[in-house]
Design a protein around this ligand. Structure first.
Ligand code: KG4
Ligand code: ZN
Length: 334
């Protein structure tokens, strides 16, 4: 079955075609993403109204491009999977309305997908992890630990109490005047920096070892940048020291969760999973305990539609479909 995935929950408009006959086993025929970084850069963050207006312009060309790259037409599709939340409601609506229009006019089954489920199942696009496995979802909007027990069965073990890790990267990059989005810039600078140059306190949530908190490191960086020593430190060293703190605060709870739940495989997913130091530290620490880390390639870590197609595919393969009456939900829960 060929499945068209559509994703527009935030600032990327994406479409993908996957081919699948069995839940969790799929070939990616194509994946196209229209990135809006250029548009939001001058504001130092995503402007929701601009994001949705641009989705209106790009979503159909993105779908056309992905079909062409997949070498198929609308008539070859067996179903459509579309993100219905969580996310920016205006952005979500563009993809969802587009999916509904296509489903109605082509007589196709359509399923609405939770964006987080997309990130949780993204590792299946390129790996064959045996369930249950642990998933650390780290993005601009989420930092959560889940046990992926089976398709549609996810148990949350931990979550951030305040900022998401990606948000902390982006906000600190903004404080340092590095540009947007900050995660990738900090990652690159940090490669040339001294991780021990400045000491950033690591935060823990008392009584909740599997939860995260990143607002403290952000405030610590803001305070440091106001001091003479902070202002004089090289950007490379500041980036490396900050990144090391965030990475340690992610690795600790993830390993603790894997140990407590007795899981051998840890899947690292979401935009921050692109971070080179996080991949390195988590893999090393997991290997020392006889565990394995799997992570999607960079293009399937950040928002994409192949993961949405994957997350919708097991339901479409079962013959399920959602009513065309489903709505976008900004705070949709898993
Ligand atoms: O999953 P994603 O594309 O969108 C959300 O659902 O949020 O994640 C975007 C986030 C941004 O905060 C961005 O700064 C961060 O992922 N990010 C990174 C890296 N690449 C992207 N953070 C740290 N290191 C990176 N290499
Ligand atoms: Zn995401």
């Amino acid at each position: 079955m060929l499945i068209l995935g559509i994703e527009s929950s935030c600032d990327d408009a994406a479409a993908a075609v996957i081919e699948t006959e069995r839940p969790g086993v799929a070939a990616i025929r194509s994946s196209v993403i229209a990135n809006q970084d250029e548009i939001h850069r001058r504001y130092g963050g995503i402007v929701p109204e601009l994001a949705s207006r641009n989705h209106v312009i790009t979503i159909l060309p993105v779908i056309e491009q992905t079909l062409e790259a997949a070498g198929c037409g609308l008539g070859d599709l067996g179903g459509i999977a579309v993100t219905r939340g969580p996310g920016l409601v205006g952005s979500l609506l563009v993809g969802l309305m587009c999916a509904k229009g296509l489903a109605q006019s082509l007589g196709l089954a359509m399923v609405g997908v939770n964006h987080i489920e997309g990130h949780l199942l993204a590792p299946l696009l390129e790996h064959r992890p045996v369930m249950p496995f642990l998933a650390l979802v780290v993005s601009g909007g989420h930092t959560e630990l889940f046990v992926v027990e089976n398709f549609g069965r996810y148990r949350r073990l931990g979550r951030t109490r305040d900022d998401a890790a990606g948000e902390a990267f982006d906000k600190v990059a903004k404080l340092m005047g590095l540009g947007y989005p900050g995660g990738r810039i900090i990652d690159e600078l940090a490669r040339r920096g001294n991780r021990k140059r400045v000491r950033i306190p690591r935060a823990r949530v008392r009584g909740a070892p599997l939860d995260f908190s990143f607002s403290g490191v952000k405030t610590a960086m803001a305070a440091l940048l106001r001091t003479e020593a902070g202002a004089a430190a090289a950007h490379e060293d500041l980036a490396a020291s900050f990144q090391e703190a965030v990475v340690e605060m992610l690795v600790g709870p993830a390993l603790c969760a894997a140990r407590e739940a007795g899981l051998k495989v840890i899947a690292l997913t979401g935009g921050v999973a692109a971070n080179s130091r996080l991949r390195e530290r988590l893999s090393e620490a997991a290997a020392a305990q006889g565990r394995e880390v799997i992570a999607p390639s960079l293009k399937y870590c950040t928002d994409n539609a192949a993961m949405i197609a994957m997350a919708g595919s097991y339901r479409l393969l079962r013959g399920e479909r959602d009513s065309l009456g489903i709505d976008a939900e900004a705070a949709l829960r898993l």
